[in-house]
Design a protein around this ligand. Structure first.
Ligand code: PMT
Length: 211
């Protein structure tokens, strides 16, 4: 099977030297790419800026901004059986990028932000590949994850509680709850991200056969 996996953060430029981003390290997405390769699948890894070495067998597409990730995902979809959107894509970006470094002044500075294009929402409803979204939540994890499953038109959503510094973003471990379109729910309890990724790839493969 052919997997497209996204990983890491995006960076949304404010001026030539500043950007908006988040704490995603890419560990979860890279672990999923490695687990899929271990199982004999082909992987295109679309990665935001991270400090990790990608799995040797993956075809890697490096991106920086949410717009670049949007184009890279759409460009890879023709060759996809499974899309796993593990990247922490920015929801907002500056309305304009200053051409020169914004100078320090004594008064407050406001930055106008506009929504980025939502990659999952932009996918066609009728398609022949299986779509796994992630939900990074700090509260009401199940409620928000189920909403994202519906509104973002995913076949499966993998929720993680990112309010716990011992799992989720940046950490080596995670704990996830998987929500499927038919209402089914599965939990993978706290473990190293490599172990979570192997279990996740198995569940994705089993579930995508029924899709
Ligand atoms: O990278 P690590 O440090 O290992 O951390 C892993 C992780 C916590 C980043 C990962 O497990 C995770 O939860 N990834 C999704 C983070 C996120 O952006 O979640 P969200 O709830 O804001 O977005 C929901 C889904 O929409 C995600 O699949 C996201 O990729 C997608 N999205 C978001 C914005 C956008 N413009 N387009 C999108 O498709």
């Amino acid at each position: 099977m052919k997997f497209v996996v996204t990983a890491g953060p995006t960076r949304e430029p404010i001026d030539p030297i500043r950007f908006l981003s988040n704490r995603s390290s890419g560990k979860m997405g890279y672990a999923i790419a490695s687990a899929a390769i271990e199982e004999g699948h082909e992987v295109i890894l679309i990665s935001g800026p991270v400090a990790l070495s990608p799995p040797v067998a993956a075809r890697v597409i490096q991106v920086t901004t949410s717009d670049e990730m949007y184009e890279a995902v759409h460009g890879a979809l023709a060759k996809t059986d499974v899309l796993v959107m593990c990247a922490a894509v920015a929801d907002y970006k500056p309305a304009a990028t200053a051409k020169e470094k914004i100078k320090k002044r004594d008064e407050a500075l406001s930055l106008e932000l506009v929504p980025t294009r939502d990659i999952l929402k932009s996918l066609p409803k009728t398609r022949d590949y299986f779509v796994v979204g992630f939900a990074a939540e700090t509260d009401d994890v199940e409620k928000h994850a189920r909403e994202k499953l519906r509104h973002k038109n995913c076949n499966m959503i993998v929720a993680n509680d990112v309010s716990d510094s011992a799992s989720g973003m940046e950490s080596d471990e995670n704990a996830v709850t998987i929500f499927l379109g038919d209402g089914e729910m599965k939990k993978i309890s706290r473990a190293p991200k490599e172990k979570i990724a192997r279990a996740l790839v198995k569940i994705i493969l089993e579930t995508s056969k029924r899709f």
